[in-house]
Write a protein that binds this ligand. Structure first.
Ligand code: FAD
Length: 553
């Protein structure tokens, strides 16, 4: 059996290595158009920043090493330019010699990844406008950054954020431009407020809700003209506005594509031609939560898919299920992570949901260094099944998002989160772990023990309502919602008659800083007979994340 693999990085190399471990006799040929195979693309920004000082660290394996250890035939600088499905052979361009040849296959795997999107913008061909996908791209960004004073990064999703940080660490002034009104457009808006603040503190100038309209040359530098009228003259532009599946070759060969432009595959990752598999960023997967086709460019799914292809080629009943999009990004001293569906996605797909916010410390508050994280949890109103989560913080985010990712994969509910027994000692967590806390609050909502009002309902829902700030007088004095009266929680019972009178005039909306004190206040008022009362989900922390700090005066 001969298997030809097009693309020698995540999915392609996972498939090749697994196939060899299962079949010592197979002829395995990896064709890679670049000079490098099996390199750490996720590590590229960290070499630019200097966090990974040694470039060689990114080159996980060389063709010689792969020949010696796995008996793979790896041909770098060999680009597949056509597929003849009838003859079961691919047309290959040897980029070193410029010659072409045909390579027959029994089974073919397309693992070509994705291509950076280059939106049709005037002046885009300027030589100092770069993208980051490969080792040569990284070398070019590093070379351009050497001696540069400033850079503009366009696109504030994962790669854009990582490169913005890398360039700041190299001492460049960085402007970050994002079409949406927030960084990480996949996140819900209110979860990104703390990231905006942190990026500004780190010296990144944010341009949100705008985009590059045109680029001009200015004596070798680039003038970036933004739609909002701002002009930025810079030494270097990094374009990171997303990727699209590299499905052109498959399309030209008549393979079926899915509605999102990726290659359509069955559960065994076979394309519409059963002798051709496809895996990684170039395929369409099924979204775990929405059940819709999706293109999701992540290394974990790509690696696992490569492995499944090898298993299936060897006659095993291996199948890929769905992708839930678990992702994490470092933003200077902060971390942002998500798994499953966002609220935006649930709304777009018309799926009903409920949501809660909590802001627990990463570990016991009495142990030095405890820092809060912001957790948003989305779940089904029917049975409490976890649908998605986003977490932003400075410590402990990675651990919690992975628990929630596992919960989603296992089909767990918020009631399961209440019951989870997670590792605890003061330096690491709390006896009530942040995950348990999220479970408690979500389960309270499911059981009717609490009614929330939400930041996005402001100011509408506050009109005609009594808004009560239950924080201490000094916190209230530092800034509060304009119509709020201050009844600190410790005074609430003594001043209940006052509240009861206010409650006769209409609904009572409570709030505090993170949502805990106002929840306690909610329980007091409900048990004393106040019917129309709600507490602000996530407190002022979430509220400010959505509306900004200016709204609390
Ligand atoms: P790739 O790994 O991109 O490999 C595709 C290969 O196919 C390329 O080397 C390409 O040259 C080759 N190829 C394409 N066409 C041909 C052809 N016609 N002939 C021969 N060869 C061809 N994901 C995460 O989960 N976490 C991260 O932190 C993360 N960070 C990232 C940072 C950066 C800067 C980048 C660029 C990506 C990052 N990703 C991250 C995404 C992750 O790298 C991809 O999801 C993953 O590599 C996809 O694997 P793949 O095998 O589909 O494609």
């Amino acid at each position: 059996m001969n298997m030809v693999i097009v693309g020698g990085v995540a999915a392609g190399m996972s498939a090749a290595a697994r196939l060899r471990r299962l079949d010592e006799q197979a002829e395995i040929i990896v064709l890679e158009r670049d000079r490098y195979v099996s390199f750490a693309n996720c590590g590229l920004p960290y070499h630019i920043s200097g966090d990974i000082p040694d470039r060689e660290q990114l080159l996980v394996a060389t063709p010689e090493h792969l020949r010696a250890t796995l008996n793979l035939t790896v041909r770098t600088r060999h680009e597949v330019v056509g597929i003849d499905r009838e003859a079961k052979q691919v047309q290959v361009l040897d980029r070193a010699s410029g010659t072409q040849y045909v390579q027959p296959y029994d089974k073919l795997l397309l693992a070509q990844g994705a291509e950076p999107i280059r939106p049709p913008t005037p002046g885009l061909e300027h030589p100092r406008i770069l993208t980051l996908r490969s080792i040569p791209d990284m070398d070019a960004v590093k070379a351009a950054a050497d001696g540069a004073h400033s850079a503009v990064v366009i696109g504030a999703s994962y790669i854009g954020l990582e490169v913005a940080e890398a360039l700041r660490k190299r001492g460049l002034a960085v402007d970050l431009v994002e079409l949406q009104e927030q960084v990480i457009p996949l996140f819900d808006r209110e979860m990104t407020g703390a990231l905006h603040e942190h990026l500004s503190e780190q010296g990144v100038t944010l341009h949100l809700g705008t985009a590059a309209a045109a680029f001009h040359d200015d004596s070798g530098r680039v003038v970036v003209e933004l739609r909002d009228g701002t002009n930025i003259t810079t030494d270097l532009v990094l374009l990171a506005v997303g990727v699209r599946p590299a499905s052109g070759l498959a399309k030209a060969a008549g393979l079926a594509l899915g509605p999102r432009g990726g290659v359509a595959v069955d559960r065994h990752l076979r394309t519409s031609d059963p002798n051709i598999y496809a895996a990684g960023d170039m395929i369409e997967v099924i979204d775990t939560i929405t059940g819709e086709p999706a293109v999701i460019a992540l290394a974990g799914p790509a690696n696992r898919q490569g492995r499944i292809v090898a298993d299936h080629v060897c006659g095993r009943d291996a199948a890929y299920t769905t992708t839930q999009g678990t992702a994490i990004v470092q933003v200077f001293d902060m971390t942002a992570a998500s798994t499953g569906a966002s609220e935006k996605t649930l709304r777009r797909t018309g799926r009903s949901f409920r949501k809660i916010y909590v802001h627990p410390n990463d570990h016991a508050g009495y142990y030095p260094g405890a820092v809060p994280m912001h957790i948003k949890l989305l779940f089904s109103p029917d049975d409490g099944r976890v649908l998605g989560a986003q977490i932003v913080g400075t410590a402990g985010v990675d651990k919690r998002i992975d628990v929630l990712a596992t919960a989603i994969r296992a089909g767990m509910t918020v009631f399961d989160l209440e019951r989870l027994e997670l590792a605890y000692a003061p330096p690491y967590g709390s006896a009530k772990d942040p995950i348990n806390m999220a479970g408690f609050v979500a389960a309270n909502l499911m059981r009717g023990d609490v009614v929330f009002w939400y930041a996005e309902e402001y100011p509408g829902r506050a009109q005609g309502a009594t808004v009560i700030d239950v924080r201490n007088a000094d916190e209230y004095a530092d800034g509060h919602l304009p119509t709020a009266v201050n009844i600190p929680l410790p005074e609430l019972r003594a001043r209940f008659a006052e509240v009861a009178q206010l409650a006769e005039q209409g609904p009572v909306l409570l709030y505090c800083m993170v949502g805990f004190r106002s929840y306690v206040a909610y329980r007091i008022l409900r048990q004393r007979g106040v019917e129309q009362v709600a507490t602000l989900a996530g407190g002022m922390k979430t509220f400010i994340g959505l509306h900004g700090p200016a709204v609390a005066r």
